[in-house]
Design a protein around this ligand. Structure first.
Ligand code: MN
Length: 396
């Protein structure tokens, strides 16, 4: 039996607060509808004390999707927690997510507080949040750089105060998989069944997904992530990547999520249309080239049997079809197939002629040829053919 891992989406909070990603309330609602359809377990809709817009977004998402588990972020202080509680007034399954930094570097330079002060404030905030809602999550900001004994002490204390989820973020994307897994494993062991341990990883070293995966293997059961991996600086753990790893490699990672993967591409596309940028073309799962095959040998193998070069059926994540890119590395086989798809059944001689004119164009291109260009090449070559035939007749 595979164990359930909860997907906590923070596209509308951590994602939204990064450059080029701000969203209006109606845009957040459109995104929230897609995230609900996608099947995320918890939807973090904003940081209500931060702005009026964030408060409104949490309130609007709570009203529009009353049965969704909606989370609102709050620092460990009375004002923040009360504001979060107010924004969640219409949610049937509200979660207050309260956080305070626990690493010595943050305590010394940012908070200018002692470990005892931070511990007391964390406990007080969780207790206050529990007066409003049953579902409270505590985050030890910069957890990955926090001294492990102290982190364990804080984790036990907030659970005793009523937190159900303890999140240990790698706020600055500094950790590496084995190290992060060891830290998470320690907290999981300390808390036992009394709380779910969560992870929240940033991608500063490109390890957000790898660290999250290692943490799940070490006992974490909630992953905080975003569509297209957007978020502070280099972004967060990418939702589509972590979900598809668990799905594709269930042999190695026997965990399941509630995500309906066929909506992944749609969610990525919708987000791209709402914010100012889309995923890079070579982004796993949702990038434009994620299922594109251009090299002739790859295209030939793919056309004979897709599994030779494709580990995920593109349709299973909502991508219409695996796309063969017709560029200078492509061969006759792929060109023949594309011509067929475009409605032209070519004989060997015609294909040879088309291939010749195709490579002449493709050789000077960095990008593959569009379908319309292929069609015009076929038509040109047909015109040449009939002209040649006409001349031959005239000569007789
Ligand atoms: Mn973050």
């Amino acid at each position: 039996m595979s164990e359930r891992v909860y997907i906590f989406d923070t596209t509308l909070r951590d994602g939204e607060q990064s450059p080029g990603c701000s969203m209006t309330v109606p845009e957040k609602l459109r995104m929230a509808r897609k995230l609900v359809e996608l099947g995320v377990d918890i939807l973090e809709a904003g940081f209500p004390i931060a702005s009026e817009g964030d408060f409104e977004a949490v309130d609007a998402v709570s009203r529009e999707f009353p049965w969704a588990s909606v989370a609102a972020l709050a620092r460990c202080c009375t004002l923040d927690v009360e504001r979060a509680a107010k924004s969640l007034a219409h949610a049937k399954r509200p979660r207050i997510h309260t956080f305070i930094a626990t690493s010595d570097i943050h305590l010394k330079y940012k908070l200018k507080k002692s470990r005892q002060q931070v511990l007391d404030e964390a406990v007080a905030a969780v207790e206050l949040a529990r007066r409003y809602v049953d579902d409270v999550e505590f985050s030890a900001e910069d957890g990955a750089r926090t001294e492990p004994d102290y982190l364990e002490k804080v984790s036990r204390a907030v659970v005793a105060a009523g937190a159900r989820t303890v999140n240990i973020p790698d706020t600055v994307g500094y950790s590496v998989p084995a190290e992060y897994a060891a830290l998470i494993g320690r907290v999981v062991e300390a808390l036992g069944d009394s709380a779910i341990v969560s992870v929240h990883c940033h991608d500063d070293l490109g390890l957000a997904v790898a660290n999250s995966l290692a943490a799940v293997a070490a006992g974490a059961r909630q992953i905080e992530c975003t569509i297209n991996g957007i978020g502070e600086r280099a972004g967060n753990c990418s939702l589509e990547e972590i979900v598809m790893i668990l799905k594709t490699r269930s042999d190695a990672y026997p965990y399941k999520t509630g995500i309906h993967a066929e909506h992944l591409y749609g969610a990525s596309q919708l987000l791209s249309s709402v914010i100012t940028f889309g995923p890079q073309p070579n982004k796993a799962i949702v990038g434009r080239n994620a299922f594109a095959h251009e090299a002739g040998i790859h295209q030939d193998g793919y056309l004979k049997e897709k599994s030779t070069y494709e580990i995920i059926d593109p349709r299973s994540v909502g991508v219409p079809e695996g796309r063969l890119v017709l560029g200078k590395h492509s061969g006759r086989h792929a060109l023949h197939e594309r011509a067929k798809e475009l409605g032209f059944d070519l004989n060997k001689e015609q294909l040879d002629r088309l291939y010749h004119s195709f490579t002449a164009v493709a050789d000077h291109r960095k990008k593959g040829l569009m379908d319309e260009e292929i069609v015009s090449l076929i038509k040109e070559s047909q015109a040449q053919e009939s002209q040649a035939a006409a001349m031959e007749t005239a000569a007789r």
